[in-house]
Write a protein that binds this ligand. Structure first.
Ligand code: ZN
Length: 136
């Protein structure tokens, strides 16, 4: 079951520049920077009453975020839905013909399990399913 939007992922070339923007222009408070090796990114979160903005900076040229930036420039990258049953959501998506980028959940930022649905099968929106560990 989906419980809400966990976060909106935004691809940025450099975290420093992006953190300044969100901190200085909007007055938001950044979390600590976290490196997520499985996604080849460094991330920082801003908490807006439980919905977060996730800034994503690539750590390698072959990182999916590096490829996204090369193709589209900086901007909104994905929407993450909070679930308490990521495996079930994945099989439901597969059952309805969605292309899964991750057949099984992987380790995401903030100690969450995450999996992505391919935007070619979700009307152009890269969807992330995200299960906080310990929710069950
Ligand atoms: Zn995300």
């Amino acid at each position: 079951m989906i419980h809400g939007i966990d976060h909106i992922g935004i691809a940025v070339p450099t975290l420093d520049e992006a953190i300044s923007l969100y901190r200085d222009v909007l007055g938001l408070v950044p979390s600590a920077v976290e490196e997520v090796p499985s996604q080849q990114v460094r991330t920082v979160f801003f908490d807006l009453n439980g919905v977060h903005l996730e800034l994503l900076e690539p750590t390698a040229p072959e990182s999916p975020i590096a490829r996204f930036l090369a193709k589209n420039g900086p901007g909104v990258h994905h929407i993450a839905f909070k679930t308490d049953s990521i495996e079930e959501q994945l099989s439901q998506a597969a059952h309805h013909g969605c292309r899964l980028i991750n057949e099984t959940p992987t380790a995401g930022a903030n100690d969450k399990l995450v999996a992505f649905l391919h935007p070619k099968s979700t009307l152009g929106v890269l969807m992330e399913l995200c299960e906080p560990r310990g929710i069950k």
